[in-house]
Design a protein around this ligand. Structure first.
Ligand SMILES: [Zn+2]
Length: 560
């Protein structure tokens, strides 16, 4: 079921057609409701007008999972995790915007939900375009820094702990900058959250989880996360998990210094996690079988990765803002990474939601009717999982003394590496089907793979987007698929199988040779969206395919 904006979008369209949509119009109905407290404020406010383009569309999804395998104690812990997550959400609002309640009191009823999705008046899926009149561009430093602070001022100030991940930058009475650590600035919220974490720890039967929760509570009080990150890396056997605290720095677009508070409440998918373990064991054999000359496959593939599958039952704060994350790779602390590596968590139910509400509808528009039935979630999920495993295959050091592949290929490496993981992931799938290790027909995985490309390139040129474009154009050139007269795409299975091999060979050779010029050429030739394809992608907008998903989530939704 799609989100309420449908109605609003109709109105937006009116505006585009030449009307000015004054939100006061939308209010007149709610004005009759005397209980609506917000209205008294509103009459004092200038007219609020929704400015610019259409709002984005979100499909609403219930976040649930099978909790029957969990003990009563674990269920009690989940409730406490969710309550602590709500506090992370409160803190993130402060970091991203400021006073949530005050903003919401100014916003017309029909836009409240949209403001909440975006954690402010700026559209996160539309380059932070302000969608409420009266708001300028989003400050690059969000609310981590004073809005009127320039980069130069910050750099000249030599501010103590200014570059610290865990401080807010503020101005004193004289207008001078100073810093406050999160645990001080958000003292009230942090003390509530740590109380919940410690209470949860008393329920924990799994000693590693207990240890982590206690250390994480301490970390939130001190803003020193090292010990708790190490403890999180040591968690191997627990069925529930809680990623919580200030983690990613994307919200700080000014410097990328400040970590934003976030929370994921997770339940492990034991079955899939075991399967992945089994696939990882195949890496040495698959490495030997790579379709490339011997000298490019002499390295031993990495099998040390800790890769597991989870259902996520609660998103809060940073990870719940705008586009929803479907995989986690943490911790970010490099000193922990050096010691312990990272854990990669794949969020299966969130992927399923994106599959159902975005990928499948895309395939109904763009995949040829004769092959649409081949697009299925199991194939999509396997393609994503094998992408992750396939990062371990191939080559890390050049074969001609140009150092590591990363050094040799510089800024061209990140998208080429994603392209490698995509194509070698599909190669692994083909091999696993041949061995009878995964079920289904190769054809399903190929058609689903092509649908996945069309989904990824919809929003342009991230590392994944560029990788997908290269693959799309390479496949098209090799006639791995064709565009029919109806403007749909049809896979040629035999040709796609050989294109999988030849593209794998091409990428592995470029990486092994550290061939910077070669990758640049490939990217310039093939990392582009043709006019024809762009027109096809534009049809997805007309078909109102959601831009992303939002969640109905919480203790009641889970029946806890
Ligand atoms: Zn990747």
């Amino acid at each position: 079921m799609y989100f309420w904006e449908m109605k609003l979008k109709e109105r937006m369209r009116e505006k585009i057609a030449g009307f000015t949509l004054i939100i006061a119009v939308l209010f007149t109905t709610s004005c009759k409701n005397p209980k609506n407290q917000d209205l008294s404020n509103l009459s004092e406010q200038p007219e609020i007008i929704v400015s610019g383009d259409l709002l984005k569309t979100y499909a609403k999804v219930r976040l649930t999972t099978d909790l029957s395998q969990l003990s009563e104690r674990e269920k009690a812990m989940l409730i406490l995790f969710i309550k602590a997550s709500e506090i992370m959400d409160e803190i993130f609002w402060q970091q991203a915007y400021g006073n949530k309640a005050e903003l919401l009191s100014k916003v017309p009823a029909e836009l409240k939900n949209y403001v909440e999705i975006n954690y402010g008046p700026w559209d996160r899926l539309d380059n932070n375009r302000p969608f409420l009149e009266g708001y300028g561009p989003k400050p690059l430093g969000a609310n981590f820094y004073p809005a009127n602070m320039s980069k130069q001022e910050f750099e000249n100030s030599g501010l103590k702990d200014g570059k610290n991940l865990y401080t807010m930058v503020r101005r004193d009475n004289k207008g001078d900058l100073y810093t406050v650590f999160y645990h001080e600035y958000f003292k009230k919220q942090i003390s509530k959250a740590t109380e919940l974490l410690r209470r949860a720890a008393t329920y924990a039967e799994n000693p590693e989880l207990k240890n982590y929760l206690l250390l994480r509570a301490r970390a939130l009080e001190t803003d020193d996360y090292y010990e708790s990150d190490i403890a999180w890396m040591d968690m191997k056997t627990n069925r529930i998990d809680f990623v919580v605290g200030p983690i990613e720095t994307y919200e700080d677009e000014l410097f990328g210094y400040k970590a934003a508070h976030t929370a994921y409440v997770l339940v492990k998918d034991e079955q899939w996690s075991k399967k992945l373990e089994k696939f990882v064991n195949y890496l040495p054999e698959l490495q030997k079988g790579l379709p490339v000359a011997e000298e490019y496959k002499t390295e031993t593939p990495g099998t040390d990765s800790d890769l597991n599958v989870y259902d996520v039952i609660y998103y809060a704060g940073d990870c719940n803002a705008g586009g929803k994350t479907i995989a986690i790779n943490l911790p970010n602390d490099e000193s922990v990474q050096l010691q312990k590596g990272t854990r990669r968590l794949q969020l299966k139910n969130a992927m399923k939601a994106k599959f159902d509400h975005i990928l499948l509808p895309i395939s109904e528009v763009l995949i040829d009717e004769s092959q649409r039935h081949r697009v299925n979630f199991d194939a999509f999920f396997a393609n994503v999982m094998f992408h992750e495993v396939a990062h371990g295959l191939g080559i890390k050091s050049t074969i001609n003394g140009r150092g590591t592949v990363r050094e040799a290929l510089k800024e061209q490496q990140s998208h080429l590496e994603e392209g490698k993981a995509d194509i070698l992931g599909l190669y692994m799938v083909m091999k696993m089907i041949e061995k009878g290790e995964i079920e289904g027909q190769k054809e399903d995985y190929m058609v689903t793979f092509l649908s996945g490309i069309l989904r990824s390139i919809r929003f342009g040129a991230s590392a994944h987007g560029t990788a997908n474009m290269i693959c799309f154009n390479y496949f098209q050139e090799q006639e791995a698929f064709e565009r029919t007269e109806k403007g749909t795409y049809r896979v040629h299975f035999e040709k796609m199988e050989s294109a999988i091999k030849s593209l794998s060979e091409l990428i592995l050779t470029l990486q092994g040779n550290g061939d910077y010029e070669g990758v640049l050429q490939l990217t310039q030739d093939k990392g582009i969206i043709s006019d024809e394809l762009q027109k096809d992608l534009d049809r997805l907008k007309i078909e109102k395919i959601p831009d992303d998903i939002i969640f109905e989530q919480g203790i009641n939704i889970l029946g806890l």
